[in-house]
Design a protein around this ligand. Structure first.
Ligand code: S5P
Length: 264
């Protein structure tokens, strides 16, 4: 893939249509990190410990709170939000909504997790059509802080059906509300050159090629030179035998170096 030239994060934060994206671009610029760590752990102690120790190196922490076995709102979300303020990172609940607007609105705002209350970012499949964005956006009505949505336009897993026409139509759907839908989970740069979607890319690993369940990894250089804005890394940082602090610094440095080369 040929290298893509894009404006700096700092230039983009002045003009981005989404308040959440402007806040995110400011954090990236101030902390000089385009690393999102995927906190895929099963206990609240591990989640909070990692959020505290790795907080300085990331712009975003991505969570799957439904996999935390001892989850309670008070013991997980309250301290996590506190840590997000202390270390200046955003929280991204990787919920991958995929239902009709009315249902996703309830899933986003209610139940045990009340995602809209605390997750600055969440994501959704475009499969149900534009009503899914309307439903989620309606869920932000009484929230007095920036909220943003990413659509899954492409996936990292082998055999993904989110390609070609599906990806193009996902971009079209995102265009209907760029105040809220600020970007994509994707593997490539999407949107036209005069648009500014934030691309967050999972399936990033410097030491592995994939796992036994279909995950596929690309290098940091490959992903950022291809026009992605933020790398999402999970097991590259946490897998057994790896030191999360050492690996976070390594991915942060690699991500920033690749970005600096891109904006030159
Ligand atoms: O296409 C995708 C989209 C997502 S959000 N591929 C992914 O792997 N993800 C998520 O990124 C996945 O749910 C997991 O939480 C993370 C990748 O984790 P890793 O351990 O493979 O880096």
């Amino acid at each position: 893939m040929s290298a893509i030239t894009l404006k700096s994060y700092e230039d983009r934060l002045r003009t981005h249509p989404s308040p959440l994206a402007r806040r995110l671009l400011k954090i990236i610029t101030d902390k000089q990190t385009n690393l999102c760590v995927s906190l895929d752990v099963q206990t609240k102690d591990e989640l909070l410990r990692l959020a505290d120790t790795l907080g300085p190196y990331v712009c975003v922490f991505k969570t799957h709170v439904d996999t935390v076995e001892d989850f309670t709102y008070e013991s997980v979300i309250v301290p996590l939000v506190e840590l997000s303020k202390r270390h200046n990172f955003l929280i991204f609940e990787d919920r991958k909504f995929a239902d009709i607007g009315s249902t996703v609105r309830s899933q986003y705002t209610s139940g045990v997790f009340k995602i809209a209350q605390w997750a600055h970012i969440t994501n959704a499949h475009a499969l149900p059509g534009p009503g899914i964005i309307d439903g989620l956006f309606a869920g932000t009505k009484n929230i007095n802080e920036e909220r943003g949505l990413l659509l899954l336009a492409e996936m990292s897993s082998a055999g993904s059906l989110a390609t070609g026409d599906y990806t193009d139509k996902t971009v079209d759907i995102a265009r209907k509300n760029t105040f809220f839908t600020f970007g994509f989970i994707a593997q490539t740069r999407l949107g036209s050159p005069n648009e500014d979607f934030i691309i967050m890319t999972p399936g990033v690993g410097l030491d592995d090629k994939g796992d036994s369940l279909g995950q596929q990894y690309r290098t940091v250089d490959d992903v950022i030179s291809g026009g992605s804005d933020i790398i999402i890394v999970g097991r590259g940082i946490f897998a057994k035998g790896r030191d999360p602090i050492t690996e976070s610094k390594r991915y942060r440095d690699a991500g920033w170096k690749a970005y600096t080369a891109r904006v030159k």
